[in-house]
Write a protein that binds this ligand. Structure first.
Ligand SMILES: CC(C)(COP(=O)(O)OP(=O)(O)OC[C@H]1O[C@@H](n2cnc3c(N)ncnc32)[C@H](O)[C@@H]1OP(=O)(O)O)[C@@H](O)C(=O)NCCC(=O)NCCS
Length: 190
């Protein structure tokens, strides 16, 4: 896979994580409020951010993941992360994302997630992008809706968080670029 680019949006620069981001990742993603609606651990252990960032490079090289540090174009502060887990066999990617609590409600997640979906379709050639969120976290669903994703259903008690089985909502979007490619079975004689 070619090296991951920097994506520029109106207010953000989405760039690869570096090891220098590890202390901020631990502080921001280790916030109780971020952990509460994700599978991120709380408390966030020392050393985990370094291991996670190192693993991203391997994932990018294998072509099975693309992760972006969400930073403010003005000033460069790290405010979040968006990750695409890629299943090349099916040309699809699963999104995960978080924004630092101090920056919620300003449209940053929508801006970042929209850019990564576009990157997945145009640069990675994905056919479909999907994501789940805890059903008790409607803000995340709203981000997906604003990014053009469609609500596809609810998976009951699909994940276990802090010992409790939780419902999740599933959202997806199919590439507007590749949707027109004909399916080989459709042109087979019957
Ligand atoms: C979910 C999260 C990413 C949203 O980030 P954000 O930058 O605040 O998102 P945006 O500002 O782009 O959009 C949030 C939308 O949700 C809406 N929203 C917020 N709380 C809501 C609620 N309780 N019910 C319904 N909608 C809600 C906002 O009004 C906004 O929609 P609008 O623009 O139509 O008004 C952020 O809260 C977060 O990181 N949470 C912790 C980690 C997490 O849950 N990640 C998602 C895992 S899939």
């Amino acid at each position: 896979m070619e090296s991951q680019p920097i994506l520029a949006t109106g207010r953000l620069l989405l760039r690869p994580f570096t090891l220098a981001d590890a202390p901020e990742v631990q502080r921001l993603a280790g916030d109780y409020a971020v952990s509460a609606t994700t599978l991120l651990p709380y408390p966030y252990p020392d050393g985990l951010a370094e291991v996670w960032i190192a693993s991203l490079r391997e994932g990018a090289e294998r072509g099975d993941a693309a992760a972006f540090a969400v930073t403010l174009a003005r000033g460069g502060d790290l405010i979040g992360g968006v990750r695409l887990q890629i299943d090349a066999e099916h040309s699809r990617g699963e999104l995960g994302f978080w924004i630092a609590q101090a920056c919620w409600g300003r449209g940053y997640a929508t801006e970042a997630v929209g850019a990564v979906i576009g990157y997945g379709f145009s640069a990675l050639g994905l056919h479909r992008v999907h994501a789940i969120h805890f059903s008790r976290n409607p803000a995340s669903g709203r981000v997906m809706e604003k990014c053009g994703m469609v609500h596809e259903g609810r998976l009951r008690q699909h994940v276990r968080k802090w010992g409790v089985y939780e419902d999740v909502d599933l959202w997806g979007i199919v590439s507007p670029i590749r949707a027109e490619i004909p399916h080989p079975l459709r042109s087979m004689p019957v």
